[in-house]
Design a protein around this ligand. Structure first.
Ligand code: SDX
Length: 441
């Protein structure tokens, strides 16, 4: 029998009495309050004591774990990483500092920061043989397909950091993934445009190094624009982690079986690719291009409202945020200033997006369902202005989210309560029936 008191955090505030009216059986479920957010009813006894499963497709009201990494208040539009608001981190921190914060739970002091930056810089190269993987892909392969393949293959090269029970190997794997994911992402882009790969440079900072590997060529070594590097770093911060979203839950579930961290992150990349999740940033740009002009906005909003039409307004709505996504607010603000600094005047797609947001915001359908722009609504416009093709947008999301995935994976492995994830179901198929031989069917 599970020791139900075995929950590291959260104080039991009271109990929830459940009565099975079919049998009259009653059960007291402990209710716990965390630091912030809704209380949770610990239902682990429900099946063992009452023989009843819970049923919650899409996990709309189900906590899968206890976590100390990120907290979202969807009603208030609040996002905290280890207690620090995303707006403050985007304004005052940098991505590697946020990586340290997510991994280790506190902002690094000067020595810790320098040591972490040095460690990551020293791991940015990939095994030379990994370069041959790319030539197996068609040049027009979607870069997310390449990312899933190449990141998954890392477990074929870095055997000395696949033992998940060894804290040192877990740390090395975490550092390798954070350090090498930009190199692999840049290689996926270079391969798609037929340009040679660029090696990372140890003297460059993280986002600057990524832009160097992506946009520089061997025949000239242009310095990376500090404006672009700062914008890239901020975009990485805004995409770093987000509680138990679909791809993070995928990583946790894959990791709960003891799969190695590289395989788990590859699974997360695959899940993020979906247009309902991280693939939405690419889908937003494609949607804006399809809308084309402001006078066609009502036509697309009509389609979005039509339940018989599968079209949804990409970049709008969120499972948790029923208010403006704070990341979208930061991106919207920085898009303006970065376009300005890049000398991009009156970007038509930005004008169209702002008008779309204005009209949707006045539409009863969107108001009633509290559908606001999410992180993906403005990110693509900024990324396009920075020179990235639409097909690279979700790759950049995966690059940034790798630290969130690995921090959540590490927390899951180190959680004394964790066990292999194995959801149950409500079975509504056929009852047992005898086999029918072919000549009697
Ligand atoms: C990300 O989980 C995370 O944290 C994800 C993420 C992260 O950082 O990891 O924040 C990143 O994935 C952001 C979301 C990116 N996806 C999109 O922009 C795709 C468009 N959005 C929708 O597909 C949708 O809003 C979801 C998938 C994001 C959320 O879907 P839910 O929570 O399952 O909501 P729902 O489908 O139950 O919608 C509730 C109602 C429905 O209408 P009714 O049945 O009540 O009539 O709202 C409608 C939906 O039809 N609705 C939309 C809509 N989103 C929801 N209608 C039109 N356009 C939309 N975008």
């Amino acid at each position: 029998m599970n020791d139900m008191s075995e929950t590291a955090g959260g104080a039991t505030t009271h109990t929830l009495t459940v009565t099975d009216n079919a049998t009259g059986q009653r059960l007291e479920l402990p209710v716990r309050q965390g630091t912030e957010g809704p209380r949770v009813a610990d239902i682990r006894r429900l099946y063992s004591d009452l023989g009843i499963f819970t049923y919650d497709p899409g996990f709309t009201a189900t906590g899968s774990c206890e976590s100390k990494i990120t907290f979202i208040d969807g009603d208030e539009g609040v996002l905290l990483h280890r207690g620090y608001a995303i707006e403050e981190l985007a304004e005052h921190s940098d991505f590697l500092e946020v990586c340290f914060l997510l991994l280790y739970g506190h902002l690094p002091d000067k020595a810790e920061k320098e040591d972490f930056e040095q460690t990551i810089s020293m791991h940015t190269m990939v095994h030379e043989q990994m370069r041959t993987f790319f030539s197996g892909f068609r040049r027009d392969a979607h870069p997310m397909a390449i990312m899933v393949g190449v990141v998954g293959a890392m477990s074929a090269f870095y055997h000395d950091s696949t033992d998940i029970d060894d804290p040192y190997q877990r740390m090395v794997a975490s550092h390798r993934l954070i350090a090498k994911i930009p190199t692999i992402a840049a290689m996926a882009y270079k391969y798609s445009i037929g340009q040679p790969f660029m090696y990372p440079r140890n003297e460059l900072r993280y986002a600057e190094n990524f832009l160097h590997m992506t946009f520089n060529v061997p025949c000239e070594d242009k310095p990376v624009s500090p404006v672009l590097a700062r914008a890239m770093d901020r975009i990485f911060i805004l995409h770093a982690d987000h509680e138990q979203n679909a791809s993070t839950s995928t990583v946790r579930l894959a990791g709960s079986s003891g799969a190695n961290p590289f395989a788990c992150i590859a699974a997360g990349i695959a899940s993020l690719w979906g247009p309902a999740h991280g693939g939405a940033n690419e889908a937003v740009l494609n949607m804006l291009r399809e809308i084309g002009s402001k006078d066609r906005i009502p036509e697309f909003l009509k389609r979005a409202r039509d339940r018989d039409d599968p079209f949804r307004l990409m970049g709008f709505g969120h499972r948790v945020y029923k208010n403006y996504d704070p990341r979208a607010a930061v991106l919207k603000k920085s898009t303006d200033s970065v376009l300005d600094e890049l000398g991009v005047r009156n970007e038509p797609l930005l004008e169209l997006a702002l008008e779309l947001e204005r009209i949707a915001g006045e539409d009863e359908y969107f108001q009633q369902r509290k559908l606001f722009p999410n992180v993906d609504f403005y990110s693509g416009i900024l990324l396009q202005a920075m020179g990235f093709p639409t097909s690279m947008f979700t790759v950049l999301f995966a690059l940034a989210r790798t630290v969130g995935w690995i921090a959540q994976w590490k927390e899951m492995i180190e959680d004394p309560v964790q066990k292999i994830g194995r959801p149950r179901q409500l079975y509504t198929g056929e009852a047992r029936r005898p086999f029918v031989p072919l000549d009697e069917r």
